[in-house]
Design a protein around this ligand. Structure first.
Ligand code: EPU
Length: 438
C-alpha cells in the first residue's frame, strides 16, 4: 500500500502530536537498558552455547542487533516480549556486511565480539552521526591493535584480524564507553592478561562485565577506572537479566519535575540515578527513593541550576537535552556545559521555535527561564533531543507536532503508551509528508 502511495508521489510520515500543558501523574515501568542490550546481544557470540537474555527492551536498536545475529547464522527465539533465547553456536562467517548495520552505531560491537571468538571480524562502518559532531573510533582501533590485530578500512567495512589475540596493557586517551566495551569484548578470549586503564564506568559497562563473567569470563574492576581481564579459552551459555535503563528512567524523572507532576518511576536501580536526583532536587523537585523505584514530585517553582555533563558517575550527557527543556521554564538563568560531546545542541533551534531562550557558545548553553513555552511543529534531531521535545510538548501551551520520531523509537519502548499512562495527551499519527515535492 505504501509503495502504491509512493508511486503516486504521496508519502506518509509518522509524527507525535502532543497537547499541552499536562501534569504527569501515576506510575511508569522502565524497560531494560538500550545501551547495555546493544553490547550484551553481540557478546553472546563469545559462547558456543545458547544464552537467554531477559529484560530486553522492545526498541529498534535491539531489533537491529538481533537481526544482525540472525543474518550471521544465530538462532533467535523470543520466549516472551522481554526474553530472548539466542543460539550462536554455528556462525556462517565472521563478517557483518549488511546494510542494517549502518543504521546503528553500536553495530561496531560485533567487531569486538567476532574478534574475541574468531580472532577476526569485519563490520559495515556505521553511518553518519546525529549530533553534528564527529564520533571517532580511534580508541577502539588502538585497543584492537594493542591486542595484536591488524585493523583496516576497506570498501566501507572495518576489518580486524590477528594471528592470536594477546593480552595487553592499554591506556585510553579519553574516557569512552564504546571503546571500553569493544576492547573488553575482544579481550575476554585473548591469551593472557589485559589491563584497561582510564575506562568508562557507566552502569552498562558493569552490566556487560557481569554478563561476560556469567559466561565464564574473568573480568574484574568494571565500575572503576581500571579493568583487568584474564583471557579464557572457552565461554559457556548463560541466562542473564539486563539492567533497567538509566536514561529512560531519567527522562521520566525530568518530565515529572518539568510538568509539576507526581510520578513513581518503577523498575530502576536508584543508585544509577543519583546524579540526576541531585540535580532535580537542586532545581526544586522532591525525589523519594525506594528499593527499585523513585518517586518524583514538585510543588514549588523550578529554580535555575548549573549543570555539567561528564562520564559516569557525573551527570549523563544523554539527559542534557531533557534538562535544558526543564530549565527553559525555570526561574532565572541556568548554565549547561556539555563535557562529553563536541556538539550536542542541535535541538536548541527547535526549542527556540517553542519560545525557549537559549544561547549556545561551543560547549556551553545559557538557558534563560521563560514563563512558558508554546506548541509548535518541531523535528527530533536525534534520540535524546527527541525525548526532550516530548517534554517540551508536555509543558507547552497548545499543540506540538514532533517529526522524525524514528530517532525516538530507536531507544524508547512504547513511548506514547508510557506518557499517556501518566496523563499526557499524546498520539502517534500518520500524516501526508508535506515536504515531498509533487
Ligand atoms: N571518543 C574518541 N575516540 C573514540 C571513541 C570516543 O575520541 O574512539 C570520544 C567521543 O568523541 C566523545 C567521547 O569520547 O567525545 C565519549 O564517547 P563514547 O565512546 O563514550 O560514546 P559512545 O560509546 O559512542 C555511548 C552511548 C551514547 C552516549 C555516550 C556517552 C551507546 C550505544 N551509546 O556512546 O548514547 O551519549 O556513550 O555516555 O552506548 C544515546 O543513547 O542516545 C547515546 C548517544
Amino acid at each position: 500500500e505504501q509503495r502504491e502511495k509512493d508511486d503516486k508521489g504521496e508519502t506518509e510520515m509518522e509524527k507525535f502530536f502532543i497537547e499541552g500543558p499536562s501534569r504527569l501523574e501515576g506510575e511508569v515501568v522502565i524497560s531494560g537498558a538500550k545501551n547495555a542490550a546493544v553490547a550484551i546481544i553481540p557478546a553472546v557470540l563469545l559462547a558456543e552455547e545458547p544464552c537467554v537474555l531477559e529484560n530486553i527492551p522492545n526498541i529498534n536498536d535491539v531489533n537491529i542487533s538481533l537481526q544482525i545475529l540472525q543474518e550471521l547464522g544465530a538462532k533467535i527465539k523470543m520466549r516472551n516480549k522481554t526474553t530472548v533465547e539466542i543460539d550462536a553456536t554455528h556462525i556462517i562467517a565472521p563478517s557483518v556486511p549488511f546494510d542494517i548495520a549502518r543504521n546503528m552505531r553500536a553495530s561496531y560491537y560485533f567487531l569486538g565480539a567476532l574478534l574475541g571468538r574468531y580472532s577476526k571480524g569485519a563490520v559495515t562502518m556505521p553511518g553518519g552521526c546525529n549530533f553534528g559532531g564527529v564520533r571517532p573510533i580511534d580508541q577502539h582501533i588502538k585497543g584492537f591493535e594493542a591486542l595484536g590485530a591488524d585493523v583496516s578500512i576497506d570498501h566501507g567495512m572495518i576489518c580486524a584480524e590477528a594471528q592470536q589475540l594477546t593480552g595487553s596493557h592499554i591506556y585510553f586517551d579519553g574516557v569512552t564507553v564504546g571503546a571500553t566495551i569493544n576492547v573488553m569484548l575482544a579481550a575476554v578470549r585473548a591469551q593472557g592478561l589485559t589491563i584497561l586503564e582510564n575506562v568508562a564506568k557507566e552502569p552498562h559497562v558493569v552490566d556487560l562485565a557481569n554478563f561476560l563473567n556469567s559466561m565464564g569470563a574473568d573480568v574484574r574492576g568494571a565500575g572503576t577506572d581500571v579493568i583487568k581481564i584474564r583471557g579464557v579459552e572457552h565461554m559457556h551459555g548463560a541466562t542473564y537479566s539486563i539492567i533497567p535503563d538509566q536514561i529512560e528512567a531519567g527522562t521520566f524523572m525530568v518530565a515529572a519535575a518539568a510538568t509539576n507532576g507526581d510520578v513513581l518511576v518503577k523498575n530502576v536501580i536508584p543508585k544509577h540515578l543519583e546524579s540526576i536526583t541531585a540535580k532535580l532536587v537542586a532545581a526544586g523537585a522532591t525525589v523519594e527513593e525506594f528499593d527499585d523505584a523513585v518517586r518524583v514530585t514538585r510543588s514549588g517553582p523550578l529554580k535555575k541550576i548549573n549543570l555539567k555533563t561528564l562520564p559516569h558517575p557525573g551527570f549523563p550527557t544523554d539527559l542534557q537535552p531533557q534538562m535544558a527543556v526543564m530549565l527553559s521554564v525555570a526561574e532565572g538563568t541556568s548554565i549547561i556545559t556539555e563535557g562529553v560531546w563536541d556538539n550536542r545542541y542541535k535541538y536548541v533551534d527547535e526549542l527556540r521555535r517553542m519560545g525557549a531562550k537559549i544561547q549556545v557558545d561551543g560547549k556551553v548553553a545559557v538557558v534563560e527561564g521563560v514563563e512558558s513555552l508554546t506548541g509548535a511543529p518541531v523535528k527530533a534531531t536525534d534520540l535524546r533531543a527527541g525525548a526532550a521535545l516530548i517534554i517540551a510538548g508536555l509543558i507547552a501551551c497548545g499543540q506540538t507536532e514532533v517529526e522524525e520520531i524514528h530517532h525516538i523509537e530507536r531507544g524508547y519502548e512504547c513511548v506514547v503508551e508510557k506518557f499517556r499512562g501518566l496523563g499526557a495527551r499524546m498520539e502517534k499519527m500518520e500524516v501526508p509528508d508535506a515536504d515531498v515535492q509533487r
